[in-house]
Design a protein around this ligand. Structure first.
Ligand code: ADP
Ligand code: MG
Length: 588
């Protein structure tokens, strides 16, 4: 302080007069003032000229603005925009999911559609569709390649000009929206899909409840760009002589020659449409920002939806809190079974062997810690246990049930997705990066899988979720969004989420590696408590002290192989393998 006094002179004197209280003098921005004046002048001149120049013809404008043909044209424009957006985005959504699907045929078909429709100018597409009656005079409904015919229509009677316009605009829109939606899907962290798969959610449920709502944040801005573009592009259907807004004003000004006033009629209506769309966009964006922003404000649309459809989860939470329900399901993991048998499992990525003939047996209720250097294959092994990763050789069985396969004789038949998901529900997984669903509240995260996969009634699922939250010490966070929790709290929610499916086996992949040192303890305490509950736990961890305390068995892995298995007391003090001793010397 003394040096500041000498250098600046006045700091000390202010402190003396009113200690700690300083008056803030805002910075001056003279150029900003100049800019404002110039802008105001430009606006003033423009408005003045528009209002005083008689050639704008505002009287004619007023005469036609609400005239019947204009309103009819306007309503056609609005219908075209609405139908083409809804149909276009629906088909676009299907195309986008087809593009990212694992089926090569589906994704190539979608790619080809997008390529074709993006290449054909819209105006050409519309004219070709309009001449479909020339190519195919009749529309036949029957069995292809036979003479069986149920109905026959004339193409021109089925395809009105309006229908041609809607179909053309929709098909065109679908190709562009597909890519926008695909961009949104690609922006979602892979961990989200993995967490959803590990919970056993169906493909459809993953897409609609987990991926799309998050992707919407990226989709909405460019999506609305498209819709606004579409609203304007509807004017192109004038080539079909369909009297929408633009064609209507053209018809009128060709008759009365008041070109500018009538163009202004169309322009102002377009301005109004676009302004409304922009407002709608703001509302929808806010809605999909749920849980994504630091502030916990709820959006207007969210409130409206809750008012219309009711907030089932919120009501269930209140009901459970005020009036504990009778439940048939106990909270927490299943207490029976959980024997894991890993036999000769091998997994390679191209030429690289991530797992090399790994065998291990974990008894029911046992706690196994897997340690080893980075890249040893620990995560890969854990992921093969619940079939998130498909082994190239060997198998994993839990209580004699093969995860992912059915054995008949000497052959392993891979199961269908649905069957795999069912078996997976018996295996809970907790990830290093938590992978909570950010757009769902804590309780919604926990009840998602019990409701969707196991068909638990909502009230019961919520009651169980609240019980689990109490168990991990987070009763007061039931309705918070994950982003509003600390890392340690998020990981405890992730553990509660895994427990909600009552798994026989729980897998932890470095559950504390993403946490600040001071938060590690709270998560380890929860796991320690689980270790005494009789659930089988397999934990990949670098917390040697923790492993020593809770593990029944410690596994040391390196280069895709298990080098050593033993009780913690022996392995940590007297490892038989030189590599184990070397590794322990580094981490202990
Ligand atoms: P750990 O969890 O022990 O650090 P991992 O099981 O994650 O190791 O990975 C084992 C090895 O397999 C690493 O060398 C890693 O680079 C490689 N690997 C893992 N997943 C993939 C993948 N999807 N594609 C290619 N290589 C992979
Ligand atoms: Mg790992």
């Amino acid at each position: 302080m003394a040096s500041a006094d000498i250098e600046t002179g006045y700091v000390g004197s202010v402190e003396q007069s009113s200690p700690g209280i300083y008056k803030i003098v805002p910075a001056k921005h003279p150029w900003r003032i100049v800019g404002t004046v110039v802008a105001a002048a430009i606006i003033g001149i423009t408005i003045h000229s528009i209002l005083t120049n008689p050639k704008w013809g505002w009287a004619v404008f007023a005469e036609y603005f609400f005239s019947e043909p204009v309103l009819v044209g306007l309503s056609r424009t609005l219908w075209l925009t609405l139908l083409a957006s809804v149909i276009g985005f629906f088909i676009g959504g299907l195309l986008a999911f087809a593009r990212v699907s694992k089926s090569t045929l589906l994704s190539s078909l979608a790619w080809a559609y997008i390529w074709l429709l993006r290449s054909i100018p819209l105006i050409v597409l519309l004219l070709v569709l309009n001449n479909l009656g020339y190519l195919y005079p009749t529309l036949n409904i029957g069995v292809p390649f036979t003479d069986i015919l149920f109905a026959q229509y004339s193409m021109t009677s089925v395809l009105s000009v309006f229908a041609v316009a809607v179909i053309g605009l929709s098909l065109n829109q679908a190709a562009f929206s597909a890519e926008i939606i695909r961009g949104g899907i690609l922006a979602i962290d892979q961990g989200q899909q993995e967490a959803a798969a590990a919970l056993g959610l169906s493909w459809r449920r993953q897409a609609l409840n987990i991926i799309l709502p998050q992707a919407m944040r990226a989709i909405i801005p460019s999506g609305f760009n498209e819709i606004i573009g579409l609203a304007k592009a509807t004017s192109i259907v004038y080539v079909l002589a369909l009297p929408e807004l633009f064609y209507t004003v053209q018809v009128i000004y060709k008759r009365n020659l008041e070109v500018i006033p009538l163009l202004m009629v169309a322009t102002v209506w377009y301005l109004i449409i676009m302004s409304v769309l922009s407002l709608v966009q703001v509302g929808i964006e806010r809605y999909f920002a749920k849980g994504a922003t630091r502030d916990g404000r709820t959006s207007a649309l969210d409130n409206v939806l809750k008012f219309v459809t009711g907030d089932a989860t919120g009501r269930a939470i209140n009901a459970v809190r005020t009036n504990p329900v009778e439940r048939t399901r106990e909270a927490g993991p299943a207490r029976e079974g959980g024997r894991i048998e890993i036999r000769h499992v091998a997994k390679h990525f191209d030429a690289f062997h991530a797992l090399d003939n790994v065998s291990l047996t974990v008894e029911p209720g046992e706690v196994v810690a897997i340690i080893g250097p980075s890249g040893a294959g620990k995560s890969t092994l854990l992921r093969t246990i619940n079939h998130l990763e498909r082994a190239d050789q060997g198998y994993v069985a839990i209580d004699e049930e093969l995860i992912g396969y059915e054995r008949r004789g000497n052959l392993l038949y891979e199961l269908k997705d649905r069957a795999i998901r069912k078996r997976r529900a018996g295996v809970g997984m907790v990830f290093q990066n938590f992978n909570l669903f950010p757009h769902l509240t804590v309780v919604e995260n926990i009840i998602e899988a019990p409701i969707a996969v196991q068909g638990v009634p909502r009230l019961e699922a919520v009651a169980q979720a609240l019980e689990l939250l109490a168990r991990v010490g987070l009763s007061d966070k039931a309705e918070a969004y994950p982003r509003h929790l600390s890392g340690g709290q998020q990981q405890r929610v992730a553990i509660a989420r895994a427990l909600a499916l009552k798994p026989k086996v729980l897998l932890f992949d470095e559950p504390t590696s993403a946490l600040d040192p001071e938060l590690v303890g709270e998560v380890l305490d929860v796991i320690k408590e689980l270790a005494t509950s009789g659930t089988t736990l397999v934990i990949v961890t670098h917390e040697i002290g923790f492993a020593r305390e809770v593990a029944d068995k410690v596994v040391f892995m390196e280069d895709g192989r298990i080098l050593e298995v033993g009780g913690p007391a022996r392995l940590f003090s007297d490892a038989s393998h030189a590599r184990t001793r070397e590794f322990l010397a580094k981490v202990l």
